[in-house]
Design a protein around this ligand. Structure first.
Ligand code: ADP
Ligand code: MG
Length: 596
């Protein structure tokens, strides 16, 4: 059983695994490692995730969704094919696609994954990520923070000296800054800051607006299709600046051709308002970490938007030091996740690392507000950015005379009034009958590294009440329901891109062959087709397994230019596997010939 690491990104997702002492990325489509985190609905067919879905964004914007990670943990609904889907379900579709691609590539079942999440993800967002993995059939014991993954990737490349890192992760929809200390075998996140509405998408938006301004266009007057085309054009042009000095953007809209010249200088100006926000975030994180720019040993650039020359230039000017670029910036987090997957499999070559965490939000309880009795205020117990595990105990007194009990409401958030924070749970405990302010309870918060919050209240009589607030997972029944739903809605196996690729391989081979060889290929293809369209999980799996095995053998035979495969001698397990296959599915055999 293989364990893989997954960077489940807002814009792109990647998979990685550990083998032979190093980390490898898993190809998603052809030579590409990035799987767009996009889900599309194909009328009358079903759902698909990845590049094929992204391609449909322009033509079928109503049936395609992207960037749903931004709303993970919320009640937001996306309507596709007449039904509503949550960000969790959509993420499950992306994870399932990654799992499938990984199994296809590694030729073994993937059961466990290490998934990265932004360090600021709250409990609900983390538990929804775990649930998404569960729906996709992946076991996830531990989510790791994206900056911790980046730090792991940095240490693989630069060695294990003690270092203070500032991880600058600039992706498609978000910017995350993390102040990370690495010492010995510990990677500790000291502070995090970020903006989950600041990323490459915003740069594209700013470039689009610039394009409209320069051409006297009003973006809201463009057709939906033209708006989408302009966004795509902006993104492509921005990325092209990595290779070229300048790019001419050109769009035909409303019967005329509009143009704008884009170069580094102009892009720098266009990005100025965004850079202002970035600077504020640096101030914020350094304050929270109790540090200064000089306290940072290395600035690590991560995320696709970190590929922009203007971003690098801005950071160099802001901090007065050269940022570190670890290869392709949008692959760093996935590589770290792959390293951690290796650690989980206890691979000898890598040292076990302790990834500590911070509590990304303040946890506290609602207390009475003298100024306004109707609006309770937050009394922080564990402040944001506290290193985990953490524990805090505090005494609270009654507000009413001879009050019988105290209700302890547990909140997460930074807002003064608890109504604006997130209510996590509550417990009630009796108190001694005394005048106001004289009866008391001690409340203790303990928050561990797996995101489990234990709250305990103890009154003066020594009685205790407690509650455990953990990342939730799906119940058996819920999981079964989701799995069934997923099977119903995803593209049928025969139309999955990798199976299409496999069939194309056989058909191509069929075309190239003649005689006996051709008949065998026809029979193989028929068997695979029958299996894939059987509608039965086991048979589909079998057909996929067999198809992959044959494909490998045929490929080997092709490589060696050997005909042996058809003499019934060379192939390992060929005959046996075929028998198994036939035993497991009675309908196979005769019927299969009809398919070609
Ligand atoms: P996320 O972590 O949000 O899933 P990524 O780290 O993959 O996303 O970053 C995606 C963003 O990176 C997109 O906005 C994309 O336009 C941008 N990007 C990718 N390649 C380049 C490039 N060469 N130059 C500029 N931006 C790029
Ligand atoms: Mg990312």
């Amino acid at each position: 059983m293989a364990v893989i690491g997954i960077d489940l990104g807002t814009t792109n997702s990647l998979g990685a695994y550990w083998k032979d002492g190093t980390v490898h990325l898993i190809p998603m489509e052809g030579e590409r490692f990035l799987l767009p985190s996009v889900v599309g609905y194909v009328e009358g067919e079903g759902f698909l995730a990845g590049a094929a879905a992204k391609e449909r964004l322009i033509l079928y914007p109503e049936d395609t969704v992207a960037s749903f990670k931004r709303f993970m943990g919320t009640e937001k609904e996306y309507h596709l094919g007449g039904k509503a889907y949550s960000p969790m379900e959509l993420s499950a579709m992306v994870l399932e696609q990654i799992k499938r691609n990984a199994e296809f590539f590694l030729k073994e079942e993937i059961e466990e994954a290490v998934i990265t999440v932004p360090a600021y993800f709250n409990d609900k967002q983390r538990s929804d990520t775990k649930k998404a993995a569960q729906i996709a059939g992946l076991k996830v014991d531990r989510l790791i923070n994206e900056p911790s993954a980046a730090a792991l990737a940095y240490r693989m490349e630069y060695g294990e000296e003690d270092r203070t890192l500032l991880v600058f992760d600039f992706g498609g929809g978000t910017l995350d800054l993390s102040y990370v200390e690495c010492f010995d075998n510990v990677i500790e996140i000291i502070a995090v800051a970020g903006d989950n509405h600041l990323g490459g998408d915003d740069i594209d938006q700013a470039v689009s607006e610039y394009f409209c301004r320069e051409n006297g266009l009003k973006s809201e007057e463009l057709t939906k299709e033209d708006q989408a085309k302009l966004r795509k054009l902006s993104e492509v042009s921005k990325c092209a600046l990595a290779e070229r000095e300048e790019v001419t953007m050109e769009l035909e809209t409303g019967g005329r051709v509009c143009r704008v010249l884009l170069n580094e200088e102009r892009l720098f100006e266009i990005c100025m308002p965004l850079f202002g926000k970035i600077k504020q975030l640096f101030v914020h994180i350094l304050e929270d970490a109790g540090s200064k720019v000089s306290g940072i040993d290395e600035l690590i650039m991560v995320g696709g938007s970190s590929k922009l020359g203007v971003v690098k230039r801005f950071l160099r000017e802001l901090l007065g030091k050269e940022p570190i670029v670890l290869g392709e910036t949008d692959r760093v987090v996935a590589c770290g996740a792959g390293v951690y997957a290796g650690i989980r499999q206890r691979r000898e070559e890598i040292r076990d690392m302790l990834l500590t965490d911070v509590c990304p939000f303040t946890l506290g309880i609602g207390v009475n507000n003298r100024a306004n009795r109707d609006k309770n205020i937050l009394s922080p117990m564990i402040e944001r950015n506290t290193t985990l595990p953490a524990s805090h105990r505090e005494r609270f007194v009654t507000v009413g005379d001879y009050q019988k009990e105290i209700r302890i409401q547990i909140y997460q958030g930074e807002e003064y009034y608890v109504d604006d924070d997130v209510l996590l749970g509550e417990l009630t405990i009796e108190v001694a009958l005394k005048p106001a302010g004289q009866a008391w309870v001690d409340v203790q918060f303990t928050y561990d590294i797996n995101g489990i919050l234990h709250v305990m209240a103890e009154n003066e009589m020594g009685e205790r009440r407690q509650i455990l607030l953990a990342n939730q997972t799906l119940s058996e029944a819920e999981l079964e329901w989701y799995t069934r739903e997923m099977e119903k809605i995803m593209l049928p196996p025969i139309q999955q891109p990798e199976n299409q690729k496999m069939l194309a391989f056989f058909l191509d081979y069929y075309e190239k062959s003649t005689g006996h060889k051709r008949e065998r290929i026809a029979s193989m293809t028929g068997r695979i087709l029958t299996g894939l369209s059987s509608g039965r999980k086991k048979e589909v799996k079998n057909a996929e397994k067999l198809g992959k095995m044959w494909m490998t053998q045929l490929q080997q035979a092709m490589d060696m230019q050997e005909e042996l495969l058809f003499d019934g001698e060379l192939k390992v397990g060929f005959g046996e596997e075929l028998d198994d296959f036939e035993e497991e599915s009675d309908e196979f055999g005769e019927e299969s010939e009809e398919f070609i």
